[in-house]
Design a protein around this ligand. Sequence first.
Ligand SMILES: CC(C)(COP(=O)(O)OP(=O)(O)OC[C@H]1O[C@@H](n2cnc3c(N)ncnc32)[C@H](O)[C@@H]1OP(=O)(O)O)[C@@H](O)C(=O)NCCC(=O)NCCS
Length: 319
Amino acid sequence: MISFRTFKNGDPPCLAKLWQAEAALQPWMRPVPTPVLEDLVISKPYFDKLGLLVAVAGGQVVGFAHAGFGPDAARSKLDTSIGVICMVLVDAAHRQQGVGRELVARCEQYLAAKGAREIYLGGVSPYAPFYFGMYGGSDAPGVLASNVAMQALGKKCGYQVVRQVCLLTCGPESFKSVVDRKLLAMRRTAEVRVTEDPAAADWWEACLLSDFHRLRYDLVAKDAGQAVATALFWTMDPLSWRAGKRAVGLFQFSVTGERRRQGAATLLLTEAVKRWHAEGCDLVETQVPEENAPTLKLLSRMGFVEDERGLVYWKKASS
Ligand SMILES: CC(C)(COP(=O)(O)OP(=O)(O)OC[C@H]1O[C@@H](n2cnc3c(N)ncnc32)[C@H](O)[C@@H]1OP(=O)(O)O)[C@@H](O)C(=O)NCCC(=O)NCCS
């Protein structure tokens, strides 16, 4: 007989045990111990125990699902009109008995009661308040294409795929140092500066990334002293999920409007990736929406290759 309840303070070791059992099977899940789970999930300032639903059988925790919200447009507080079910996990012995579906239904009720009008299944940036860095690589990619059971659950619960995310990596063997006239011209007028653990750009970035070591690479115009391009990396040690590999996540990058199409992004990323590899980092990882063709082209030119796909599952919340 399976019963359902909300989170209790004694649950983290049981959740970590469930997590670790699954992480041993899934390459994109990092096998985190209880203290890391507490840091990256339970200690978030917006953690709400009512949003973490737990399935219990014979006094043991056999599954959980976790619902929450992403940031508002100013990234200064939660926006409760869009909900997300960040995680659903059922232990192997209790699968295909309706537990996952019941957990999802209870998460949906929680989200709707808080005002959600639409819901994502699987954390997808920026709707990924929990498990960032624990599942899915350098950002939150939705449900991974290789995760057949989770996709089947999504479809059964009425979700549809609304977009896709490419998970890209670049190791020293695939990296290509791009050199062309535009880059040479840009190199004469700008230089790369690195800032360790820069102040977070906003409240949401602080919530997501403050547990990680971050480096911001800026391409700064020598004459004006202003950044024309910026790239933010976070070191995924000790959260790199590939055994024996050191990985760094490229979390976001941008070029100021008037300096686009002049080679600024290619120059900055080429320098940054070269430095990461020189420092012994095995993989630089990033995630790009499938429809962002210019960025995919730029990264492919530098030797980034697609390793996985994320599928973004979405539905309207029932009122
Ligand atoms: C996905 C998962 C949560 C499903 O849990 P579950 O308790 O087995 O799911 P349910 O029994 O409620 O299944 C509901 C429906 O989902 C579909 N489904 C679930 N698992 C399936 C599988 N292995 N193959 C095919 N369909 C499946 C079916 O349509 C099922 O309905 P049906 O039994 O009437 O056909 C479970 O397999 C799991 O924990 N996987 C790992 C989770 C994970 O990777 N989480 C990280 C991303 S959020």
